[in-house]
Design a protein around this ligand. Structure first.
Ligand SMILES: Nc1ncnc2c1ncn2[C@@H]1O[C@H](COP(=O)(O)OP(=O)(O)O)[C@@H](O)[C@H]1O
Ligand SMILES: CC(=O)OP(=O)(O)O
Ligand SMILES: [Mg+2]
Length: 449
């Protein structure tokens, strides 16, 4: 792949189509690129649309010049029903924002969850678009949304290059026997049936930010990272490389999520429904995605939504605490009310299981446990429960630091007690910034000074 080097500098729009959200950031690349990747791009604005799969969606927009740390105002928008309409709403809003000239956008970086055999970023052409489209069935909550945004970009911002950045790229270093499933390899090879792993842009950002925080080279840094959001996964990073991760061929495997089951016995689905193999045409996407009913059940009708009725882990924690406080006060609590704690404990159990496994796989050489993603960054209670469960491995939390994460600045916050021995960190991950930095640093995309 090679792009026409567009300009020496200009604006980079980075778009992150998550399973239930669309996160957009606009950056300015400076003409004189400093050696350090840390200040190669300046943030101009961010916009976040959440609850796309649970309407009404909520829209926020904030200019960096108006204070980055400030919580942006959120407003419900009933017209937003998918990623395409969410992006259109953002573009309309941007048009009204006089201080930004859309024609200065040179590159648009798109987070694409499944990249199949693509490892490097690719410029979107007919060929690469159709390759990513063919992979949509392997990331039914994701690739379709990203493609619908690309279509809108080509129509509305025709002078900008659309470039796809892949979640799967970070995991290309997984050893073959770890990425392989114990199935016939002639079939596996023909159909690409192996563990790809996801959230790779987030892991790349976290590795960069945490190694810098620890003042170590990324290639000397070993971490166990928990990216816990609507989609949740973990990664064992050994000397800067992905050794193992919990998601697999598709993002449904590993930890449960907002609407995803996580790992199950593969036979379960045939006992759940006798229509497992029937094709279900997903009409919620602007791009047609063909998945079976089995995949629809496990991707869209499971997880927190199935256990508790909400996709918001914050609500689960709040309700659980309220019920547990009543129970502690001697009040009777019925079975239905116990669902919040069951969901919390189930998530905790799966996280701790992988944590133990990854600690052993890394031979105990772990520079830090890192919490990230909406739940990892915001839930004081989940961090407390996880770290308490792995106390036997020598990790301990500084309770006060854990409570105060929200009020602390910076990408990385130290919440561990035994700082010299076993670090516990929170990292505010930023997939948009990771893409923008990678784009700004890639000489292929820019005319040299
Ligand atoms: N205070 C909180 N406590 C626990 N969970 C929270 C809190 N705030 C947000 N979350 C969780 O974070 C999720 C969003 O995480 P994020 O990583 O932004 O998601 P996405 O996968 O859409 O990128 C929400 O759905 C919610 O479950
Ligand atoms: C891969 C994945 O699950 O992404 P997200 O958490 O953004 O939905
Ligand atoms: Mg996400």
């Amino acid at each position: 792949m090679s792009a026409e080097p567009a300009a020496k500098h200009g604006l980079i729009l980075a778009v992150n189509a998550g399973s239930s959200s669309l996160k957009i950031s606009l950056f300015k690349k400076d003409g004189a690129s400093p050696e350090s990747p840390h200040d190669i791009v300046d943030l101009l604005l961010t916009s976040t649309i959440t609850n796309i799969s649970q309407p009404p969606a909520s829209f926020s927009f904030s200019l960096a010049s108006h204070g980055q740390g400030r919580e942006a105002k959120k407003e419900p928008v009933k017209e937003i029903k998918d990623h395409a309409s969410a992006f259109q709403h953002f573009l309309n809003y941007l048009k009204r924002e006089a201080s930004i000239d859309r024609s200065e956008i040179v590159h648009i970086c798109h987070r694409v969850v499944h990249g199949g055999d693509y490892f490097e970023p690719v410029i979107i052409t007919d060929e690469s678009y159709h390759y990513i489209e063919r992979l949509s069935d392997l990331a039914p909550l994701h690739n379709g949304g990203a493609l619908s945004v690309m279509k809108a970009c080509i129509a509305e911002l025709p002078n900008a290059n659309s470039i796809a950045y892949f979640d799967t790229s970070f995991h290309r270093t997984m050893p073959q026997h770890i990425a392989m499933y114990a199935i016939r390899q002639d079939v596996a090879k023909k159909r690409g049936l192996k563990k790809y792993g996801f959230h790779g842009l987030s892991y790349a950002y976290i590795l960069r930010a945490v190694s810098s925080f620890l003042e170590k080279e990324p290639s000397q840094t070993s971490l166990i990272v928990m990216h816990l959001g609507s989609g949740a996964s973990m990664c064992a990073i050994k000397n800067g490389k992905s050794l193992d991760t919990t998601m697999g061929l598709t993002p449904v495997s590993g930890l449960p999520g907002a609407t995803r089951s996580g790992a199950i016995d593969p036979s379960l689905i045939f006992h759940y429904t006798n229509r497992a193999g029937r094709i279900s045409h997903d009409r919620s996407m602007a791009v047609d995605v063909h998945v079976t009913q089995a995949e629809e059940i496990l991707n869209k009708r499971s997880g927190w939504a199935a256990l508790t009725g909400t996709t918001d882990f914050g609500t689960i924690v709040k309700e659980m605490k309220a019920v547990e406080a009543r129970r502690a006060a001697g009040e009777e609590v019925n079975e239905e009310e116990g669902k919040w704690k069951i969901a919390f404990d189930l998530f905790l159990d799966r996280i701790v299981g992988y944590l133990g496994a990854y600690y052993v796989k890394l031979g105990g050489e772990v520079d830090a446990l890192v919490f990230a993603g909406g739940i990892g960054e915001k839930s004081v209670e989940l961090r407390e429960a996880v770290v308490e469960s792995v106390r036997c491995l020598g990790f301990a939390l500084d309770e006060k630091a854990n409570q105060e994460v929200d009020s602390r600045d910076g990408a990385v916050v130290d919440v561990g007690k035994l700082k010299e021995l076993r670090r516990v960190l929170v990292c505010r991950t930023d997939e948009q910034l990771e893409m923008a930095k990678e784009c700004a640093m890639n000489p292929q995309f820019w005319q040299q000074e």
